[in-house]
Write a protein that binds this ligand. Sequence first.
Ligand code: NAD
Length: 491
Amino acid sequence: MTAETGRWIRNFVAGQFVEPDENRSFDKTDPATGRVFARVHEADRELVDRAVNAARRALHDGWATTPVRERAALLRRAADRIEERFEEFVAAEVADTGKPVTQARELDVARALTNFRTFADVVAAAGQESFLTDLANGRQALNYAVRKPLGVVAVVVPWNLPLLLLTWKVAPALACGNALVVKPSEETPATATLLAEVLAEAGLPAGVYNVVHGFGGDSAGEYVTSHPGIDGVTFTGSSATGSHVMKTVAPRVRPVSFELGGKNAAVVFDDVDLDEALTGLTRSVFTNTGQVCLCTERVYVQRSVFADIAEGLAERARRLRLGDPLDERTTTGPLISPAHRNKVLSYFDLAEQAGAKVLTGGGVPQLGPGLAGGSWIEPTLWTGLTNADRPVREEIFGPVAALIPFDTEAEAIALANDTEYGLAASVWTNDLRRGHRVAQSMNVGMAWVNTWFLRDLRSPFGGVGLSGIGREGGESSLHFYTEPTNVCVQL
Ligand code: NAD
C-alpha cells in the first residue's frame, strides 16, 4: 500500500500535522479482517526532539501559568467537541482494534468524555495544603504549598482501550498545565491523532499536545522516554516494558507513574446470588476479549457452588457473539494482532500440558470468509489447574480464565494473594461483613464487591507489585502531574 491508495495517520508536532515519509512508515491492519487500511508515519529521533522542544516552548509561552479556570473550561470544550464527533471517534477505535461498536460507544469513547469533564471539575475544586506552625518564641509560621506543572510529560499508552487510557492521562496532565508528548501504541494510532484535532479546535495552544507514532525499543517509545527534555513519564502497558522504561528514566531521576499488568482474581462464596455473580463474572472475564488490565483470569469458587459456577460461566461464554465489529449484536471482537493470538494460544498449549480440562473454547473459531484473516480466538475456561501452573501465574491478556475451588475464606484469600501482580480483585458474596473483610485483605490497588470495573474517577487507580507504581485518579492525578513548592513564612 502507498500514500496514494490508503489513508495516512500522521504525527502532530507544534500544532501541525507533519508531512509523512513513505520510507519511514508502517501498515495499520484491521484486527478483525487482517486487511491493511492505513499507513502510519513513524517518528524518528529528530521528530521526537522537535516534539519535546515544541512542548517546552509552549510551557514557556504561557501554558504553564494559564489560570486554572481557563484550563478547566478548555477541558470541557474538548469533551463537547468529542461528543460532536462521537461517531468519528467510535469508527476510528473500532477500525484500529476490531472491538464491538457498542463497546466503543458505551465504554471507550463515553469514558473519554467523562475523563475530560471529571478532571475539569477536580482541578477546579482542588485546594492547596497549608499549615499554621506554632513556634517556640510564641510566634507562628505559615506553610503553604504551591503546585506547579511537572513540565513536559511523556505519555506512553497501550492498544487495549486506546482513547480511554490516553485521555485518563491527558485530561489531568493538561488540567495541571503540563505540555505533552504522546506516544500511542503502534497498533492503535488513530484516536490519539484525532484527539489532536479536537484539542486544537477547543483552543489548546500549539505545542501543548504532540503525537509521535512508532514502536517501543529503538523507535518513538524509547526516543520519547529517554529524551533529556522530559520531566516525567506516565506509562500504561506491560510490566516488562514498565521495568524497561524505569531503567531508561533512572539516570535522570524523573518521576514515573506506571499502570501495568494484572493477573486478577475473583473470589466467589457459596452464599452468592448465582445469577448476579455469573453476569458479573462473564463481564469481568470476557470484556474487550479479555484485553483489559482489570479482567479476571483466576476465579476461585467455594466448593459447594463450584459446579454451578463452572457450568453457568461456560454456558454464558458459549453465548458470546463473535463477529463483525460493526454489527450491534456482536459482543466479542478479535485479539489485537496475530502475534498476540500466538501468545494466547501458547497458554492454551501450556494449560493442556498441565492437565487442564477445557470447559469451553480452547481454539480458533471458524467465522465467515470476511473475517478469516482476523486474530480471532475462542472464549476459553479451564478447570483442573492450580496456582503452580503458568497459565494461572502469568498474565495472558485474552478471553480466558481458570476456575479453582476453595473451602474456607482464609484459603481463598491466600490463593488470591498468591501472585506477583496486584492490580484488581472482585469478591462475590451476600454477606456484607465478609465482603468488606475479604476485599480489604486483597493485596491490590482496587477491590470490588459484587461488581467489577465500576469506577468513580475521583478514586485512586493503580496497582502494587508488578502491577505498577503510584496512583492516578482524582487528587492522586493532580499530585502526579504537579510538583509542590512549599513556602514557609515566619509571621
Ligand atoms: P506494551 O508494554 O507492549 O506497550 C505499551 C506501550 O509502550 C506501547 O505504546 C509501546 O509501543 C510502548 N513501548 C514498548 N516498548 C517500549 C520501550 N522499550 N520504551 C518505550 N516505550 C515502549 O503493552 P501492550 O501490549 O501495548 O498492552 C498490554 C499491557 O498493558 C498488558 O500487560 C496490560 O495489563 C497492560 N495494561 C495495564 C493497564 C493498567 O491500568 N494497569 C491498563 C491497560 C493495559
